[in-house]
Design a protein around this ligand. Structure first.
Ligand code: PMV
Length: 298
């Protein structure tokens, strides 16, 4: 049978990381760097060819699709990714979601986005033990999502030129979330207002994005508050300051911090900001917001 392919985007958190753990809103955006999964039915079991380390997600995604459709097949899967793994850019979610869409299609079913996002979240839960639905939701739906814990997400219409700068330092989101919780427990009267403030600036950013306004200052404030929560480090700060010096209107940690990546908002200055990050010895990605989530490819 012919090969089918699907792709899904990575994500950045634009505003609200960590505060979202305490019920504040967050804004997440799909980015124009994608993971592509090709699937062909083949005799025998599962064969996976991949240039990253997300095999467990691929295996689990295939298993859940088999269960969901009540049928199975031998498959060959080929995965190519434009996303650095374990950097907080949602690589495992994009792999999971694209694998689900392509595998179901290879078995003759086109799944709805709701089905894909639900199965994708289950893949992450089963492989990692815990996972927020943000990454799989963003990889499936695309665009910018306004996420309020306990409520249904909404879309924010926004197109943003972004540069992503990656420290190359792997970190554990779980450990950083615990670290912030410990700081909150030690200094509740100091830390809780910071978390509330991040919520306030995320709400303000949503309003500005909807009007096509500049979000640079708000990104810079959010960065400062993340540093105050203790999730910054020297390399992250260097990248943030290098991006600002090269003309970015705003730059901040994206995701859990402690390593991983920064995002810079750099209308008209993308090239200079890319070069400034590379001059720090780090990987830089020119990655605007992608309006399209998971899609079947020709
Ligand atoms: O490291 P990332 O990009 O997966 O982001 C984690 C975001 C946190 O708010 C720190 C945790 C969470 O589950 O929302």
């Amino acid at each position: 049978m012919a090969m089918v392919a699907a792709s899904a985007p990575g994500k950045v958190i634009l505003f609200g990381e960590h505060a979202v753990v305490y019920g504040e809103p967050a804004l997440a955006g799909a980015i124009s760097k994608r993971v592509r999964v090709e699937v062909a039915r083949a005799p025998g079991g599962l064969r996976i060819y991949s240039d990253n380390k997300d095999h467990r997600y691929v295996e689990k995604a295939v298993e859940l699709v088999f269960n969901h459709l009540g049928r199975s097949s031998g498959l060959t899967l080929r995965i190519t990714s434009e996303l650095p793994p374990a950097s907080g850019l949602g690589s495992s979610a994009a792999v999971s979601v694209a694998t689900i869409a392509a595998t179901a299609k290879a078995l003759g079913r086109e799944l709805s986005k709701e089905e894909i996002s639900r199965l994708g979240h289950r893949v992450e839960l089963e492989v990692q033990g815990a996972a927020s639905p943000t990454d799989t939701l963003t990889a499936t739906m695309g665009g910018v999502l306004y996420i309020q814990p306990g409520k249904k997400y909404t879309w924010v219409k926004a197109s943003l030129p972004l540069v992503v700068g990656c420290t190359g330092i792997e970190r554990s989101t779980k450990q950083l979330v615990e670290q912030v919780r410990a700081l909150r427990d030690r200094y509740p009267e100091v830390v809780l207002p910071i978390i509330k403030n991040i919520g306030g600036l995320t709400r303000e950013a949503k309003k500005r994005l909807e009007k096509g306004g500049d979000i640079g200052d708000l990104m810079n404030i959010n960065h400062g508050l993340l540093v105050a929560l203790g999730v910054g480090n020297e390399v992250l700060s260097r990248l943030v300051h290098a991006a600002r010096a090269a003309g970015a209107r705003g730059a901040k940690i994206t995701g859990a911090g402690g390593g991983g990546c920064i995002i810079a908002y750099a209308p008209g200055e993308t090239k200079r900001v890319l070069e400034a990050i590379e001059a720090q010895g780090c990987v830089a990605l020119d990655a605007g917001i992608a309006s399209e989530g998971v899609r079947l490819e020709k």
